[in-house]
Ligand binder design. Structure first.
Ligand code: ATP
Ligand code: MG
Length: 463
């Protein structure tokens, strides 16, 4: 749209009196107007000047309007064409729209009708512009400038992602909690030709087993008690885009079969429906489990594993790529300063040392939380060691044993609830220490499910 805020309109009509009255009406309404009396003259000026709107007669002396439309679009693909027709024939109007006109006005029309039509166009253009701006903001968010890394392992991962983003291959992302699996999945989507279409994420571990199939594939009305109407599943929602199957290792066995079939046949079936629906979706899956182990133990289907594992990307834990810590800190300082309206630019050397040495069992997420917390607590210009959480601040040896001492059992405190809680925390921390922070193995040691462990970690604020 015109930078001055006034839209520019080119009026093309061979009727001189109509030209001047249209010009008058438009100028009064605040438009910048040029008039031309033939198609040739109009095309001539369109090649050199930009018009937001071309208002032209269907019958021009040197060219039929239907012929003029494509020529006009060729000369300036961005201008919006509105046709004026004396015949008011809907057939002609449809033809004009098909040829690329945006709208038409049947002569005679009132000044109000004309202005209303142009206002509609203005609104549409503004929406389109906003939409473009939003899209580019999102793309910017998920191109690699938003995933920060310095280590060569991470840079290799970015290279891989850039190469594979353009293909429709299924990708399996593995890595501990908080390593950035979801962020990477989004980067794959936003660097792919599918970026304009939806990115749909589902956590396979968080949805009750009985709802999962309908969530993924949809259902037909009446398929089960609560199915009061037809419902699209996420595979259909993601049409043309990417579906992110998070915690794929938690997918129940019967759905593993159905997912495999969907991937192989590129078709799904809604629950309770016989008909198949073609799908066009790229699948990115993630897991913090070791799926190969799960295949060995029969917990995860081998055929599905190979189908998903066409390309696999393992994001190493943060403690194995400590070069990333300083750049991540810088990134999170910027991000949270801005959000919190602060201007704390740096980290003292002592704080940096502690941050570099910490075990980071919660990986990048833990680091981000730590920085955010420190910013809130810091009163000076840089984050000092005192504003870091105790677990981060302490000596590395002591931290590994961060389990608090169990409270003494005496008559003043016989709460089973409190003692059980302390005991659980202590056991969990010991198990995590024993397994170097590997939650899957820690859950085994603790003899609880992986899901239960995640729940407890969250509940006790250990993540
Ligand atoms: N390389 C990175 N650069 C910037 N931010 C990152 C990076 N890696 C992770 N993060 C941030 O850390 C947080 C955790 O990332 P994300 O949710 O993608 O991890 P995840 O592996 O999916 O974790 P979980 O297994 O717990 O679901 C997010 O806030 C994300 O923005
Ligand atoms: Mg995740």
């Amino acid at each position: 749209m015109s930078e001055l805020g006034n839209l520019t309109v080119l009026v093309v009509d061979d009727d001189a009196s109509l030209r001047s009255s249209l010009s008058e009406i438009l100028k009064q309404a605040g438009y910048l107007v040029e008039v031309r009396s033939s198609a040739a003259e109009a095309l001539h000026i369109l090649r050199t000047a930009r018009f937001d709107i071309v208002l032209c007669d269907l019958k021009l002396p040197d060219m039929d309007g239907l012929e003029f439309i494509p020529r006009c679009r060729e000369a300036d693909p961005k201008s919006v064409i509105v046709l004026m027709t004396a015949f008011g024939s809907s057939e002609m109007a449809i033809k004009a729209m098909r040829a690329g006109a945006y709208d038409y006005l049947s002569k005679p029309f009132s000044p109000d009708e004309l202005i209303l039509t142009l206002k509609k166009i203005e609104e549409r253009e503004q929406l389109l512009e906003e939409n473009e701006a939003l899209k580019s903001a999102i793309t910017q968010k998920y191109n690699f400038s938003n995933i920060i890394a310095e280590s060569s392992v991470m840079k290799d991962i970015f290279e891989t992602v850039k190469r594979l983003a353009n293909f429709n291959t299924t990708v399996l992302i593995t890595g501990e909690s908080g390593t950035g699996k979801e962020l990477l999945a989004k980067a794959i989507h936003h660097n792919s030709p599918r970026r304009g279409r939806p990115f749909v994420a589902i956590n396979c571990g968080a949805i009750p087993e009985n709802l999962m199939e309908s969530e993924l594939f949809g259902h037909k009305k009446g398929a089960f008690t609560d199915a009061t109407r037809d419902k699209k599943g996420l595979f259909e929602e993601a049409t043309g885009g990417t579906i992110f199957l998070d915690e794929i290792g938690e997918l129940p066995a019967h759905l593993q079969v159905k997912l495999l079939r969907a991937l192989q046949e590129q078709q799904i079936r809604r629950v309770g429906d016989e008909a198949t629906i073609d799908i066009d979706v790229r699948v990115v899956a993630a897991t913090l489990r070791n799926l190969e182990d799960d295949v060995q133990t029969g917990r995860f289907r081998e055929d599905l594993f190979y189908r998903l594992n066409v390309v696999s990307i393992n994001i190493p834990p943060l403690r194995e790529r400590r070069e990333d810590i300083p750049v991540l800190i810088e990134h999170f300082l910027k991000k949270h300063n801005k959000r919190l309206g602060l201007s704390i630019k740096s980290v003292t050397p002592e704080a940096m040392k502690a941050l570099m040495e910490h075990f980071w069992k919660g990986n990048v997420r833990e680091l981000e939380n730590c920085i955010e917390r420190a910013l809130v607590l810091t009163e000076s210009e840089s984050v000092d060691v005192d504003s870091l959480a105790e677990a981060v601040r302490g000596a590395p040896e002591a931290r590994a044993d961060a389990a608090p001492a169990l409270p003494e059992i005496n008559e003043d405190n016989l709460s089973i609830k409190q003692h059980a809680r302390s005991l659980e925390i202590s056991l969990i921390l010991k198990a995590l220490k024993k397994t170097s922070g590997n939650r899957t193995r820690a859950a085994k040691v603790l003899e609880i499910s992986h899901r239960a462990l995640l729940y407890k970690l969250k509940e006790y604020g250990l993540t």
